[in-house]
Design a protein around this ligand. Sequence first.
Ligand SMILES: C[S@@+](CC[C@H](N)C(=O)[O-])C[C@H]1O[C@@H](n2cnc3c(N)ncnc32)[C@H](O)[C@@H]1O
Length: 531
Amino acid sequence: MENALFYGDNLGILREHFQDEIVDLIYLDPPFNSQKVYNVLFTTPKGHKSEAQVTAFGDYWSWGEQAEIEYTELLHQSNTEVAEMIRSLRGFLKESDVMAYLVMMATRLLELHRILKPTGSLYLHCDPTASHYLKIILDRVFSAENFRNEIVWKRFNFHADAKRFGKVSDRLLFYNKSSNFTFNKINVQFSEEYIDSKFTHYETDGRRYRLDNLNPPGGRGPIYEFHGVTKPWRCTLQKMLQLEAEGRIYSGSRIPQLKRYLDKLEGQAVHDIWTDIPPINPMAAERLGYPTQKPLALLERIIQASSNPGDIVLDPFCGCGTSIHAAQKLDRRWIGIDITHLAIDLIERRLKDAFPGIEFQVHGTPKDLEGARNLANRDKYEFQYWACNLVGAQPFQNKKKGADTGIDGLIFFQDDKETTKKIIVSVKGGEHVNRAMIADLKNSVDREGAKIGLFVSLVEPTEPMIHEAVSAGYYESPMEKSFQKIQILTISDLLSGAQSPQYPDLARGGLSFKKAKTEAEKGKQPGLFKN
Ligand SMILES: C[S@@+](CC[C@H](N)C(=O)[O-])C[C@H]1O[C@@H](n2cnc3c(N)ncnc32)[C@H](O)[C@@H]1O
């Protein structure tokens, strides 16, 4: 298997596709049990209504049949400590929302532990809502001696919270599978404040240094006289004389001290409170509109610290794929899993924009008509999102209750210098389509001031539908070409490449999606593991 994205519930995918002990690093940023809905914001060019929002995922948990099934499984799997812990937790949390969430997490953490290499690491990104419960579960899954850090990441500079201190931080719970694990020490530049407060001495040539004592660690070191002072020193007399010959001894104080030059120091070792990685602000170039998108710098730090080039990084809740982007950038191999088409589609675009020519596999999305039909029967909305992606449209969701505008997707295009124009997409996943549906789309196109309407259907159109579409006439582009105003496209023709939407676009799709910045040309990477 090459670098791969999987669409689906990570539990089933981990169980079905992953052998034991194959992954080097796992980063997971699951929903936090915030009891909120998160929306993706799509880009909307000037002159069109404000940002379009589509539900990305709901972070709601409640005790139900699925929780009961996974709870029973937890009691019967082989890690009896986890079973005992979960049983105790249910004893006092009862059948609550948080218990449902913890059961979901414990089930997945056991699978993640199984597939992690003995030298591997796991970072669980969460917030203080449930971090205390997750930590005791992780202590049972990984064993408490393999707990390394609870990293506090300051994710907001400011957060207004009534009648309590502003909640500005997330938690990253860092565990290893054993005591023999990859860890590359990370240093960051000293802050200016730190430099100004510590590096207060200058050589005549302007070289800056700070002073350090020459005491031995723990107070025990060779005793001799140096500069008239007899005491235990940090190094031997011979080494001391060498330092003096190099000009590294400061004798302006009663007891000589060591000069530490700013230009020789590697920087400050990173500790477990991270305040130097700012959140993605609304105007940031890397912002793609995914609600819970994390900064690339955060993932780069984790990946650099806990893996090496060529290692395999897994993100089982990968959202818009920040970890995947960082892994590719740092020459790691990677696997991402997400339960929504929106996320998988966004990552595909993100990777292709950031790494032109990149190759990877996508599993779980329909590859043929049968797959598309299954998806349409299983989940109408996921089918719509997937079909929109097939024609390069951003999904559209009317937030007003009960409103069905017949618009499922939008494409923005440009065929003159001044204006951006709109295409409306209507997706039909049912087995029955009729002429009235084409007439509806025609009305929507006129009502919304769009130029073209795309009717994307799982089944073949009827003759009256084709006539209705033809009767809508043509869009005359200033580029001196005309395009059928209502275009009927079938899923099977789109999949085979026999059909594609016809419209002029000087912006080459760049108006409908936020583009990730190009990182570098990356070639094909070696295969991962067996299919
Ligand atoms: C907090 S977001 C991750 C954001 C990500 N770190 C980023 O930078 O974009 C959580 C993601 O988990 C996905 N998700 C929720 N339950 C899942 C499951 N059972 N299997 C796979 N993905 C799931 C959601 O669709 C959502 O995209």
